[in-house]
Design a binder for this molecule. Structure first.
Ligand code: AMP
Length: 279
């Protein structure tokens, strides 16, 4: 698998692809790839002639108190996964190559200030900035994002519309472990006890879904039931559980689709997110 470190080199390859009339798919990741990432890459491979996987732990989306330093990294294993999924190359720049004393950042109002944005106030500015840069470097026809990071997907769709990027954003379903835990690079932080405790996220969301399916329309009733299930788990501490309009991320009082029910929960020191969307 080709691992490209330099922007100029990647640009030359992409220009060559475009001269040949190839369509290009981009899968932005922070590496330590798993089946969730693989599902995005495989979809991109199906829908495009060439696929770039970016593998970059982006410093600007981490606050100083967060896990930038300890975030797991394994470029060789990532390259092997990309190869098996059919990607064309991996773009793995250094932070200096990407930022080189940059002064320009992309920011967004409203939808970046709710849900995860409350606890992580600088996070989405970092995400929007790095994704804009990747869009400008790779100039893909399509870019693939997981619904696992539902707010990120919503933010990127809005950014693409607001800034007139000529790129189709493709949202892909959450891939889970067989016991329901959403796959995440951060699951490696969990010790065996915490790994078991982490099941309360998906379990409580299933409870919420069932209550809605059985006809409950009061949002507070649903989120209270979800909260109660998480509260039963001693190792879990809720950051937030919220149900919002899936298009605007605005709070709702009555369940009316499309809805996003999203949560962030600390299991020990590890902050995990999960959600369901009902369209
Ligand atoms: P990350 O490396 O965590 O920044 O994730 C890169 C991309 O993979 C994002 O679009 C995520 O939403 C997506 N992703 C991560 N985990 C999963 C999962 N379990 N299922 C589907 N997509 C995922």
């Amino acid at each position: 698998m080709r691992i490209i470190k330099k922007i100029d080199e990647l640009r030359m390859i992409i220009k060559d692809w475009k001269r040949n009339g190839y369509t290009v798919g981009l899968v932005p990741t922070m590496g330590y790839l798993h089946e969730g990432h693989k599902s995005l890459i495989e979809r991109a491979v199906k829908e495009n002639d060439r696929v770039v996987v970016s593998d970059f732990v982006n410093p600007t989306q981490f606050a100083p108190n967060e896990d930038f330093e300890s975030y797991p990294r394994d470029i060789n294993a990532d390259a092997a996964l990309c190869e098996s999924a059919g990607a064309s190359l991996v773009f793995n720049p250094d932070a200096d190559e990407m930022y080189d004393s940059a002064l320009t950042f992309v920011d967004m109002n409203k939808i970046t200030k709710v849900l995860c944005g409350k606890t992580r106030p600088i996070h989405f500015s970092g995400v929007c900035t790095v994704v804009s840069k990747l869009f400008n470097i790779v100039t893909p026809d399509r870019a693939y994002f997981g619904q696992k990071d539902a707010q990120q997907l919503c933010v990127i769709k809005k950014m693409v519309k607001d800034l007139n990027f000529d790129i189709e954003i493709v949202g892909c379903p959450i891939i889970r472990e067989s016991d329901g835990l959403a796959k995440s690079s951060r699951n490696t932080y969990l010790n065996p006890q915490e790994r078991q405790a982490a099941l309360c996220l998906s379990r409580s969301l299933e409870i919420g879904k069932k209550i809605i399916t059985s006809g409950e329309r009061n949002v507070k009733t649903v989120t209270d039931a979800i909260r109660a299930e998480i509260d039963r788990e001693p190792l879990a501490e809720i950051d937030y559980i919220e149900m919002v309009d899936w298009n605007t991320l605005e709070p709702i009082e009555a369940v009316r689709k499309p809805i996003l029910c999203a949560m962030a929960v600390y299991i020990g020191k590890t902050r995990l997110i999960d959600n369901f969307i009902m369209e």
